[in-house]
Design a protein around this ligand. Structure first.
Ligand code: HEM
Length: 417
């Protein structure tokens, strides 16, 4: 654990202005409005985060930190912090799925699950998943877009993510319904995630929410019982079986993937498009396409689609000169922390103190990180792969959603290009 002396200089350094340098006023304003529309408390939390350097106690909320090193230290400390007790996401899931998830989410079963699923999303398998799940639909979108037609990128993102879930989990869909079938899959994942809305300060779910969530989980993973024995190895269910996961673990992981990888990914896709256009960085990217992967990394940093990560303190610990006691809650402000480094720049060098804090850190580091990056890379290619800039025709922010996202973002190729 870092001690106060290590962190004090960092704290001084960070009397910051949020997303200060060069993101572009327009881009900055849109990101702030988007966060406010999603959850009015978020901008307040982010503002408070400026003072949570390295860590600060807020009545009713607990400890908040926007310091990347403190955040990483906390997320890397499973001895003192857990996501299972009240205040953590595991606490929510244990109420919905049953106490058995405690082992899978944060107990010895979690280590086993992560070890077995290590190869699930590598750079190579992720590119393959994107190709398989999106290929045809992306080709159609690209043809329409490059011909100068308008494209609602927020809607397309939801459709593409719905296709990804279907491909990964083998969820049955009626192909005759076209995009609508995938919109529905996405909406179901969103519904499940929305059950966590309003739980920033309290993770005890009322019985009606538990019941509703259980029904959704059954709708999403009910098919796994029948599919488990023969599911192909190139999708998640069959891979899980081959990796030695039980049926129950596989259903648990399927639910987790659905919840963790739908709204976050769709949010990042449309927000990346908005950032590229609003900041003007798309022109620099067109001139220097070798920065494509850096642009993806920067978009993930600046959007940080999972803006907060919650934990509960299991046993007292000292960090940054403060004592956190058993039962306290900790909120890592990932969005604020990540944006302290400055605005969206496609050529910003890799920032070692951040690594990929937008995907968390430690044992719960996002399992789908490589997949999210492959998805975003494909979206960047769709937007500027032909070397021509695009513009935003209209936008609407999502209201009262767990993950801040565009409800609609209509883009088209610039006519003067
Ligand atoms: C831009 C997109 C994404 C972002 C920003 C993101 C962010 C995160 C973060 C911050 C965590 C850690 C939560 C914690 O420590 O409590 C996490 C965990 C996780 N993510 Fe992602 N995620 C994204 C996409 C995905 C995708 C596409 C998948 C898979 C399809 C996925 C699967 C998971 C899983 C399974 C976990 C739980 C890991 C564990 O507890 O061991 N995520 N994600």
């Amino acid at each position: 654990m870092p001690v106060a002396e290590d962190l004090a200089p960092l704290a001084r350094e960070r009397r910051l202005s949020l997303i200060g340098d060069g993101l572009g006023r327009g881009a900055e304003a849109h990101e702030h409005r988007l966060l406010r529309a999603a959850r009015p408390a978020l901008p307040v939390l982010n503002w408070l985060g400026q003072f949570a350097n390295p860590i600060m106690r807020v009545p009713k909320l607990g400890w908040i930190t926007a310091d990347p090193r403190v955040a990483r230290a906390l997320l890397n400390d499973p001895e003192h912090l857990t996501l299972l007790s009240e205040g953590g996401v595991g606490h929510l899931w244990a109420q919905i799925l049953g106490d058995w998830v405690n082992d899978l989410f944060d107990g010895p079963g979690h280590h086993d699950l992560r070890t077995r699923s290590r190869e699930l999303f590598t750079e190579r398998t992720s590119r393959g998943f994107v190709e398989r799940a999106w290929g045809d639909r992306l080709t159609v979108a690209r043809a329409v877009f490059e011909a100068g037609e308008e494209l609602d990128l927020a809607d397309l993102s939801r459709v593409l993510v719905g296709r990804m879930v279907t491909a990964l989990l083998g969820t049955p869909v009626d192909p005759s319904r076209g995009d609508d079938a995938y919109r529905e899959i996405f909406a179901t994942g969103e519904e499940l995630a929305s059950i966590a809305l309003g739980t920033t300060a309290d993770t005890v779910l009322p019985p009606h929410k538990v019941e509703a969530a259980r029904a959704i989980v059954e709708r999403l993973t009910g098919h796994v019982d029948a599919a488990f024995a023969d599911a192909p190895e190139d999708a998640v269910i069959g891979r899980c079986r081959e990796l030695g996961l039980s049926l129950r673990e596989t259903k648990g992981l399927a639910t987790l993937l659905m919840v963790a990888g739908t709204e976050t990914a769709a949010s990042a896709m449309a927000r990346t498009a908005a950032l590229l256009a609003d900041s003007g960085e798309q022109h620099r990217l067109i001139a220097a396409p070798e920065h494509r992967d850096d642009a993806v990394r920067e978009a993930l940093r600046v959007t940080s689609p999972a803006p907060i990560i919650g934990r509960a303190v299991l046993a007292a610990l000292e960090i940054a000169g403060r004592t956190l006691r058993a039962g306290d809650r900790v909120v890592v402000l990932t969005w604020t922390a990540n944006n302290l480094a400055g605005g969206f720049r496609i050529d910003r060098p890799y920032l070692p103190q951040y690594r990929q804090l937008w995907f968390g850190a430690g044992r719960h580091l996002c399992l789908g990180g490589p997949l999210a990056k492959a998805e975003l890379g494909a979206i960047v290619d769709l937007l500027v792969g032909d070397g021509r800039p695009f513009e935003i025709v209209s936008r609407r922010y999502g209201r009262r959603v767990l993950i801040p996202a565009y409800a609609s973002l209509v883009v088209r190729k610039r006519r003067d290009a």
